[in-house]
Ligand binder design. Structure first.
Ligand SMILES: [Zn+2]
Length: 306
């Protein structure tokens, strides 16, 4: 298989330690289950060869279902139900941020939810993937492992969903800083919104970067893979840059995203779309350095008497 179609996202690995074994919704007490759909009756097929590899692992275990924007392949319905709620919630937040919506009947993204560690390991071998990978998105499909006994308590699923949604709208690809930065930005937004819906006072938490740790802007913009020695800085700084560009002018950001989605060079696309705010990328560099190291004073705390 061609490894070039793979885009391995180390973000899930980076945040895997945040996983919490806290009180969990059990099948007996928990969320609604997803109505199962026979494989042959799913509205769409996944053309990604990795999907076939996934379903070949203990083929008898896989069940299938779908919601408005996603198709799920899973073992336990209550695990998939939780994923589906978060996936559709994130979809809505991202589509609203992008001011885009897919027409009815458009392509859905496939999400494969592995439960057993040994199956996940086997899949990684099949897919020739590095064993440390926490999650894999590949040409618009997502492969994750979710242990039913654990629950994600952060924005990591939302981050992966954001990649899927961006792929729907920009299937020819966008620069890595923008893909990862927007995934962080929108998933933090969605996670805070999700918390507020559950009576928590929450604002998206954006990490400040000490000026001496900053990756130079020109370097960040040209990176095609997070640098292994500065993975966290790469994610934090990319998120800050997206946040800064959105806060400066949302319309300009969306126009810049479209231009970069058509593979135009950053320099020309930026100067054209942000001409009201900046005269050059050097000016952006200067202002962004100040913004990147700022503490934005974000909070996450439980409301009184939820
Ligand atoms: Zn990512």
């Amino acid at each position: 298989m061609r490894l070039s179609i793979l885009r391995v996202c180390p973000f899930l690995l980076l945040t895997a330690w945040i996983l919490s074994a806290a009180a969990e919704d059990s099948p007996a007490t928990g969320l609604n289950s997803l109505p199962e759909v026979e494989f042959s009756r799913l509205s769409q097929r996944d053309l990604n060869p990795l999907g076939e590899k996934a379903l070949a692992i203990h083929p008898e275990q896989w069940k299938h279902s779908e919601t408005e924007h996603f198709i799920y392949h899973f073992v336990h319905s209550y695990v998939a139900a939780r994923v589906s709620v978060e996936a559709e919630f994130n979809y809505r937040v991202i589509a609203k941020e992008l001011e885009r919506e897919q027409p009815p009947g458009d392509i859905k993204s496939h999400i494969y939810i592995f439960e057993r560690a040994e199956d996940w390991l086997q899949f990684q071998v099949f897919g020739k993937l590095e064993p440390w990978t926490g999650g894999i998105h590949s040409v618009g499909s997502l492969f994750i492992q979710r242990n039913p006994a654990y629950k994600f308590t952060n924005n990591s699923l939302g981050h992966e969903i954001s990649h899927l949604v961006l792929h729907r709208f920009y299937s020819e690809g966008i620069p890595r800083w923008l893909d990862e930065g927007f995934a962080q930005y929108s998933s933090k937004l969605a996670y805070a919104s999700y918390q507020r819906a559950r009576n928590y006072i929450a604002k998206p938490h954006s990490e400040a970067i000490a000026s001496e740790d900053l990756i130079p802007l020109a370097t960040l913009l040209s990176m095609t893979y997070p640098p292994s020695e500065h993975v966290k800085t790469f994610y934090d700084e990319s998120e800050r840059l997206v946040r800064f560009l959105v806060a400066t002018d949302k319309r300009s950001f969306l126009a810049l995203l479209d231009a970069l989605g058509r593979h135009q060079p950053f320099e020309t696309a930026f100067v054209r779309n942000y001409s009201g705010n900046f005269i050059s990328v050097a000016m952006l560099d200067q202002r962004f350095r100040d913004y990147a190291s700022k503490d934005l004073g974000t909070t996450l705390q439980q409301a009184d008497n939820p």
